[in-house]
Design a protein around this ligand. Structure first.
Ligand SMILES: *[C@@H]1O[C@H](CO)[C@@H](O)[C@H](O)[C@H]1NC(C)=O
Ligand SMILES: *[C@@H]1O[C@H](CO)[C@@H](O)[C@H](O)[C@H]1NC(C)=O
Ligand SMILES: *[C@@H]1O[C@H](CO)[C@@H](O)[C@H](O)[C@H]1NC(C)=O
Ligand SMILES: *[C@@H]1O[C@H](CO)[C@@H](O)[C@H](O)[C@H]1NC(C)=O
Ligand SMILES: *[C@@H]1O[C@H](CO)[C@@H](O)[C@H](O)[C@H]1NC(C)=O
Ligand SMILES: *[C@@H]1O[C@H](CO)[C@@H](O)[C@H](O)[C@H]1NC(C)=O
Length: 362
């Protein structure tokens, strides 16, 4: 066999190209801005305060089962970095419903995760957390199938152990540089040996009480599993009102609930918790996040020691309700039931007998 000059030229060229490719893949990108702030790149994930949207998929105006006015894309754009959701088993499909799929159906988990993926692809310097309330104890393998279909499994962070203390989480910079910047928590059924990126919530995070109807918002440990003193913690800072004896999100008080200071405000609960535990909460779940005109993000920025300085104004309080038009929900799926406050009595009458005692809008 005769090796021509052309042949050798090709060999040399391919060697150069593969060396270049190897160099490129070995090169780790170094993020200089993490979740909007240079200061956060070197900060452990377990030492950052994030604003979370409670029932992030439950979007709609004038619907008692809705906790948010804007869809997940707008939530992320405005600064929400933890997305909490309730997952239900609807004929074998994981569907995001509120308490029951008859009451509010926010579409499939897969379509929701698709929106998250699209946003994360367009925003490569942000770490986002998911908190999945596993209402029907669906096994992790089923979630894994949906994460894979949405292309999010490869973006999900795998901790070094099923449970890691708050102080041992990697920095936001290293999560971003490694491309593993989705942190997914599951309330029940997490199994590190089968799907290690679906992280058990309660051995890693403790929570304050939820569904409260008074503005005290104490910081007592309400749900945990293990040693709360080393775990991250989450405050449930959304206020309910009792309507005909049933708790429902109190949008009328949302401006004050989300405020920087004052009775029942988010700022006040953060101060209460910081005084009690000597550190700020890691996650703060709120309803109608845009009420307060960005106050929830201001509270987080203050806790993180950074400046809240949005480049564009966040969405206006109340969504499109001011126009008198009922919006369609986040995923374009129509919600199966839209009820005005004034219609609740009749609604409860319909539900009566079937669900009395079991129904609450949390
Ligand atoms: C989400 O809401 C924004 C407006 O806030 C809208 O422009 C966008 O089309 C919505 N996305 C979906 C998937 O409904
Ligand atoms: C989901 O619901 C289907 C029936 O609709 C049932 O066959 C299946 O066992 C359920 N899965 C779980 C995890 O409960
Ligand atoms: C790893 O996680 C398990 C289960 O949560 C826990 O029992 C164990 O102590 C952890 N090990 C280390 C080294 O942290
Ligand atoms: C958690 O909070 C609820 C509501 O305030 C309360 O009823 C319950 O007793 C609390 N549980 C614990 C363990 O503190
Ligand atoms: C909340 O504040 C906004 C302006 O910041 C105002 O338009 C809205 O009416 C207030 N909502 C309530 C329920 O007080
Ligand atoms: C992060 O660490 C600082 C310094 O110890 C502390 O003041 C702050 O509360 C911590 N924040 C969180 C969310 O742990």
């Amino acid at each position: 066999m005769i090796f021509t000059t052309t042949y050798w030229a090709q060999v040399v060229l391919s060697l150069i190209l593969s060396a270049t490719a190897a160099h490129a893949s070995a090169y780790k990108r170094q993020a200089t801005t993490c979740n909007g702030h240079a200061e956060l790149c070197d900060r452990s994930f377990g030492n950052v305060t994030f604003v979370g949207a409670h029932d992030s998929y439950a979007v709609g105006t004038d619907n008692l089962a809705a906790n948010q006015d804007y869809n997940v894309t707008q939530q992320l754009k405005d600064g929400i970095r933890m997305l909490q959701m309730q997952a239900h088993n609807q004929s074998g499909v994981i569907q995001l419903c509120h308490t029951s799929c008859d009451l509010y159906n926010g579409g499939t988990l897969q379509s929701y995760l698709g929106s998250v993926k699209t946003w994360m692809d367009a925003n490569p310097n942000d770490v986002v957390s998911l908190l999945i309330v596993n209402s029907d104890d669906i096994p992790p393998a089923q979630y894994d199938t949906v994460f894979k279909a949405a292309g999010l499994d490869t973006m999900a962070y795998v901790p070094s152990n099923a449970s890691i203390p708050a102080t041992e989480w990697p920095t936001l910079g290293s999560l971003i540089n490694s491309g593993k910047r989705l942190v997914a928590f599951l309330t029940t059924e997490a199994d590190y040996s089968s799907v290690p990126y679906l992280i058990d919530e309660f051995t890693n995070i403790w929570e304050t009480a939820f569904d409260v109807t008074d503005t005290t918002f104490d910081c007592n440990v309400n749900r945990t599993n293990g040693d709360f003193s080393t775990q991250m913690f989450l405050i449930n800072h959304f206020l309910d009102e009792l309507i005909a004896g049933f708790p429902a999100p109190d949008s009328q008080k949302a401006n004050q609930t989300n405020a920087v200071s004052g009775v029942g405000s988010l700022g006040q609960q953060v101060q209460t918790c910081a005084a009690q535990y000597d550190r700020n909460p890691n996650f703060m779940l709120v309803d109608f996040y845009e009420y307060g005109g960005g106050s929830v993000f201001q509270v987080a920025a203050t806790a993180n020691g950074v400046t809240y300085d949005p480049t564009t104004p966040i969405a206006s309080p109340g969504g499109s309700s001011s126009t008198g038009v009922t919006s369609s929900n986040a995923n374009g799926a129509s919600s199966s039931l839209r009820i005005a406050r004034s219609q609740l009595g009749a609604f409860l009458g319909v539900l009566g007998g079937v669900m009395v005692g079991a129904w609450s809008v949390i």
